[in-house]
Design a protein around this ligand. Structure first.
Ligand code: SF4
Ligand code: SF4
Ligand code: SF4
Ligand code: FES
Length: 955
């Protein structure tokens, strides 16, 4: 999908209306929906009216006066961007008078504009320059020696874009983009008349303002005033390729603007249905890691992790890995090896890894990082609704009347969806937040939560049951929906259970810490405000009762009839870009692709026939079981693609000890990550820019990832898996990921209609996509639930084993921040570090004062599992008794503290509840000191490989 760079700008946003009207523009009849501007109608008729302050992503503003038109029978020259089309209108866009007026406008702009077009970074992509051409401006009568802004200072504070006020034409597009598209309200026009200029915050530099660096203003700016630094350095791109962001589960579409095989900038794709032309700082700007000097570009092997690495050819590395795996199986048995796939990889790559494990290893020992994030979503939604996935499109939020956010922090974790949600909230939708922390959504510009239920970590199930109690006992159940759509028996049992006085908000208040009246009010609001939509994140799943809570959410949605149409639903906000896809592709030890249990003989027979092997009917090992088996000496070899289990899994010391017990660990990754430091074979990975494939986002939307540059190490990840399989004696013959998707489609009923050709045609597809739904399924469970009747499940609250004691009196909970991503392997290798260069411990002022802790002090955090040291941020966004940290830096050791506790159904770790003590300290923890030593040694062993090979590119 190669594109030219410039897309048609319709000037004003599309209007939806059932009423259409016809008018005439420059003699041409054109029919448009009611509410369409004359400017947009003209574009539909193939006529571009000159414009500067209008662009089709923003509401019209009508300030530049360049888009004037004449309308028959009307006096004056109305602006076409702000004038709606009316039936029968006769409009003229080009007359001598209009020409003269436009020239006059342009003359004023140009008289206060540097005439450095030839050396300007926007040369060739500047709307002011275009308009000077279009209006036929030939001379500027006003001298440049009068008052002007030509010497205004640039603001270079943002690492990714520059603000050069000398080029600003005060069109207000940036201000509107920040408000309408991003919802941050960081920009204003300060000063009046001639003095007016764009200003972040209170005349601050961008980096000190509220700006979150989403880049919407840069995109909206018609001149080089706001400009990407990459464009300033590299010049304008010459072609673009449509692809998908590799960071979070929003799955934003981008056009990678390229010069040959070099990325010049990433521009959010207007037709991308997940993002509709918006993005966050990560997707738009944080792609430099792909060419970072730390990239590992040579395959390497070593016998022991205390040995120096040795650079070898691809063939030698792969043959060595294969022979080690076979040796281990011969010695310890078929089940002594396994594989871990990653939600960062494409569907095709993930599919191949599980196929390799099942067909070439001959067991089901395959798991994925979804184990540690959304496995309870898969389990809980399957049990209640019948499908392990969210129910809606992101666009659906535009029809929600009340939005419930549980255990998620969308403005940091899912920023583009947060912007869409905030837009709806500004239109008047109600907001309920259930979260221990005062996340930004609780109160941000023009958005305020109606209820913030700031519960104690670990009490979600008590809260959801209390909400259900109110709905059941106050007659708020949508009886007709439940009678028609849900199981009568399970509903009756559930109704009796939640109605018990022991489940009332008054009884639960002791557990959750939230006043009963607040819970009652929130429940009433959700049940009665119209369309109720629930969005939740890892604050729901990463608990010992994660699966119970997911089922509790589904119960609540079914009881109130909030499933099966636009504006409602149960919507997991998936963490990683392809966490949905990784689950869909069968990377769990008990499930084949399409969520079919390995004990299901029919499903197995399908795959056995296609793959020509017998599939083990017994589920394999989950990640934590792999670690335990390694300790007991029965699991000795691991193929780990694209996942850093040492940093991301709980109880780091236990994970590291497990890896050290194994005989062959093969890591395939971009960088020498924490897991690779325990590896015996290193296979260089490829970034999303270097390969073809697909990602599936939180909406079940399958989007293409397209190769824009060759794999830096010579092979894409899927090619490496193919080679490894061949070396193991199980031949794979794919020559392009498209063939892998064709195989997935042929074996998976929900994917039957999916193909690259179909994705190219539609842009993206939401599964199920098959004969019943040839163009995919935006909303699920419309007429009936996938499982037939919706099933209510009793959600008995069981307190976590992790209890506060005198020794560990605080609860630690974890989360992420906007600028960094997960283990940070990518974002830490970008300028995003300027926003967040270390993980901090957030602590309430009372808890800090009690311990003599001041802002920025070093504090030791100790749990039953381990101890680490971070700096403190004292903030009342925390509730007393609860502390919080992020986990983006390996040396922080956030997971040294987290414990082995996990969800009862899926083993998803209980990251969100760890009892800790926090004390002021003066030096790093013992673990951190050991980490520094081990890290230094591993880098020396790596340097030895680089020195031994003069052609090395590893650093
Ligand atoms: S980058 Fe985004 S948040 Fe920052 S000023 Fe521009 S639009 Fe606003
Ligand atoms: S910075 Fe750009 S978008 Fe903003 S007012 Fe100036 S010219 Fe317009
Ligand atoms: S919201 Fe997520 S998918 Fe979109 S640009 Fe940001 S990180 Fe990428
Ligand atoms: S484009 Fe219509 S007034 Fe500026």
């Amino acid at each position: 999908m190669l594109h030219h760079l410039k897309e048609i700008d319709h000037g004003t946003p599309k209007r939806e209306s059932t009423v259409e009207l016809t008018l005439e523009i420059d003699g041409q009849a054109v029919t448009v929906p009611k509410g369409t501007s004359l400017m947009r109608a003209a574009v539909d008729a193939g006529i571009q009216v000159p414009k500067l302050c209008a662009t089709d992503s923003l509401e019209p503003f009508g300030s530049c006066r360049l888009c004037l038109v004449e309308i028959e029978g009307r006096k004056g020259f109305p602006a076409s961007c702000t004038t709606p089309a009316e039936p029968g209108m006769k409009v003229r866009t080009q007359t001598p008078k209009l020409q003269e007026l436009r020239k006059g406008v342009m003359e004023l702009y140009i008289s206060d504009h540097p005439l450095d077009c030839l050396t300007c970074s926007a040369n060739g992509n500047c709307e002011l320059q275009d308009m000077a051409g279009v209006t036929g401006l030939r001379e500027v009568r006003y001298g440049f020696d009068g008052a002007n802004h030509l010497k205004s200072n640039k603001d270079e504070s943002n690492p990714y874009f520059t603000y050069d006020p000398s080029k600003c034409i005060v069109c207000n597009r940036c201000v509107r983009a920040c408000e309408e598209t991003q919802g941050t309200f960081a920009l204003t026009i300060s000063g009046r008349g001639f003095e007016s200029r764009v200003s972040p915050g209170q005349d601050e530099p961008f980096m000190q303002s509220e700006c979150v660096s989403c880049g919407a203003c840069v995109e909206a700016c018609p001149t080089a005033t706001l400009q990407e630094k990459s464009v300033i350095w590299l010049g304008q791109g010459e072609h673009s390729v449509t692809t998908t962001c590799a960071y979070c589960g929003v799955g934003c579409g981008f056009k990678a603007e390229m010069k040959g095989s070099e990325v010049v900038r990433m521009v959010p794709w207007k037709d991308g249905k997940a993002n509709e032309g918006h993005s966050c700082v990560k997707g738009r700007f944080a792609w430099g890691y792909a060419t970072h000097k730390d990239r590992m570009l040579k395959p390497m092997i070593r016998a022991k992790i205390t040995d120096p690495w040795r650079e070898v050819s691809w063939d030698e590395a792969i043959n060595h890995a294969a022979s080690e795996f076979r040796r281990i199986q011969a010695k310890y048995g078929r089940d002594s090896i396994g594989g871990i796939t990653s939600s960062r990889c494409t569907n095709e790559e993930t599919y191949l890894v599980q196929k390799l494990v099942r067909a070439a290893f001959g067991n089901n020992n395959v798991d994925t990082c979804a184990r540690v994030c959304h496995s309870p979503t898969g389990y809980g939604l399957k049990q209640t609704l019948g499908e392990s996935a969210g129910t809606q499109t992101f666009k659906s939020v535009e029809q929600a009347d009340v939005i419930v956010v549980i255990g998620a922090n969308p403005t940091d974790g899912h920023p583009v969806f947060a912007s869409r949600m905030k837009k709806r909230l500004r239109q008047g939708a109600k907001l309920i937040i259930i979260d221990p922390r005062r996340i930004d959504l609780v109160r941000s510009p023009h958005v305020q939560a109606d209820h913030h239920l700031a519960l104690r970590p670990g009490t979600n199930v008590a809260m959801i049951t209390a909400l259900a109690h109110v709905i059941v006992t106050e007659g708020l159940v949508k009886e007709d929906f439940v009678a028609e759509r849900c199981e009568a028996k399970s509903f009756a049992e559930w109704r009796e259970f939640v109605a018990r006085p022991s489940n009332s908000p008054e009884a639960m208040q002791l557990i959750t810490g939230v006043p009963a009246a607040e819970v009652r009010a929130a429940a009433r609001l959700y049940a009665t405000a119209g369309n109720g939509a629930i969005y939740y994140g890892l604050g729901v799943t990463e608990h010992s009762q994660g699966s119970t809570m997911v089922m509790g959410i589904a119960n609540l949605a079914m009881a109130t009839g909030n499933v099966g149409r636009q504006g409602v639903g149960v919507n997991p906000l998936r963490g990683q870009n392809n966490v949905q896809g990784a689950c869909d592709m069968g990377s769990f030890p008990h499930e084949l692709p399409g969520y079919r249990h390995v004990s299901d003989a029919t499903a197995r027979a399908t795959f056995e026939a296609a793959w020509g092997v017998d599939i083990d009917p017994e589920p394999g090992l989950r990640i934590p079981n792999m670690f335990d088996a390694a300790h007991s000496g029965s699991f000795m070899g691991l193929y780990c693609e694209g996942e850093d289990i040492v940093q991301s899994d709980p109880n780091t010391q236990h994970v590291a000890a497990s890896l050290m017990a194994m005989e062959c660990i093969v890591v395939q990754d971009l960088f020498l990550n924490e897991t690779a430091k325990y590896a015996h074979v290193f296979l260089p990975g490829s970034s999303f820019l270097e390969k073809d494939g697909t990602f599936t986002n939180a909406e079940r939307r399958i989007s293409r990832v397209r190769k824009v540059m060759p794999p830096a190490a010579g092979l894409a990840d899927w090619e490496v898996t193919v080679k490894l399989s061949n070396a193991l004696g199980y031949p794979m013959h794919y020559t392009h990921p498209e063939q892998i998707m064709a195989e997935i489609a042929s074996l998976t009923p929900t994917f039957t209609g999916v193909s690259y050709a179909k994705i190219d045609e539609l842009g993206s597809i939401q599964w199920p996509c098959n004969e019943q739904a040839p163009e995919g399924t935006p909303t699920m469970h419309i007429d009936q639930f996938v499982r037939g009747k919706g099933k209510f499940i009793i959600t008995q609250y069981v307190p976590s084993d992790e209890k506060v004691t005198r020794r560990f009196p605080l609860i630690l909970t974890t989360g992420r921040i906007l600028s960094q991503y997960n283990v940070g392997a990518q974002t830490r290798r970008t300028e995003n570090n300027q926003w967040h260069s270390e993980d901090r411990l957030e602590i309430h002022p009372h808890d800090a004062e009690e311990r003599g802790i001041a802002q920025d002090d070093w504090v030791g955090i100790q749990s039953r599992a381990g101890e680490t040291v971070l700096r403190a941020t004292v903030t009342d966004r925390m509730q007393p008794g609860v502390v919080y940290t992020t986990f983006h830096f390996p040396e922080s050791g956030a997971n040294v503290i987290t414990t082995d506790n996990s969800d009862w159904a899926t083993n998803c770790p209980e990251y969100k509840v760890t009892a800790v003590q926090v004390l002021k300290v003066m030096q790093p923890s013992a673990w951190q000191q050991e980490y520094s030593r081990f890290n230094r040694i591993q880098h020396e062993l790596l340097d030895a490989a680089a020195e031994a090979s003069p052609t090395s590119t590893a650093s």
